[in-house]
Design a protein around this ligand. Sequence first.
Ligand code: GLP
Length: 240
Amino acid sequence: MEIIIVDSLEEAGEIEATRLAETIDGNPATVLGLATGSSPLPLYQALRRHVLSGLDMRRVSGFALDEYVGISASDERSYTATIQREVTGPLALDPELVHVPEGGAQDPQQAAVRYEASIKSAGGIDVQILGIGSDGHLGFNEPGSSLASRTRIKTLSQRTREDNARFFATPEEVPRHCITQGLGTIMDARHLLLFAGGRAKAAAIAAALEGPVSSRCPASVIQMHPSATVYVDTAAATEL
Ligand code: GLP
């Protein structure tokens, strides 16, 4: 595992955007796993600068990590809308090639199974972009998630609902369930990229990178991946 300590996630975004642009130049049909949240935003913003100076991402496809259940795709708080606003639009991706689990489906469990199959039929994910929850979650794989899990419905922990309440008018509006790629799904990606910034992530990062591999800290599974890069800012690195 490559761990890179940076002053800020903006610096991480710059470094990684240059690397990713080379990957995409080499393989214009790269398949990206896309995370929402604030941590990967500087990467998306730095990648946009590469797009503006000529990087062609029209054949790149994307698979979002997760989506809330019970929020319609057109709701601006859905991850479908978030990915469109923060990734698909700014990076000029082909919307047909960008996929998000159907959290509004009549049968979300079936939608999860379909999603897992669609990742497989795309040939798997080349580069999976990740943030980390303050409780050590990856995607929405909360503590206790099986390290071998596949895309499925999960119940959000109270802590995650509190962390995400800032995006909703009242805490009660935060959905209780989601569809998330499983930890096994994430581990199948050929390369993992994890971004963590801020003091609130320090304990989760220490447990993920230096603790035992355990479902108590789902992100610790990254220790078992043969090709992972972790960017940690100085505040998130304080307990390493
Ligand atoms: C949400 C997302 C995760 C994300 C996490 C951290 O729970 N489902 O994929 O990694 O938030 O978000 P942030 O990067 O904003 O701290």
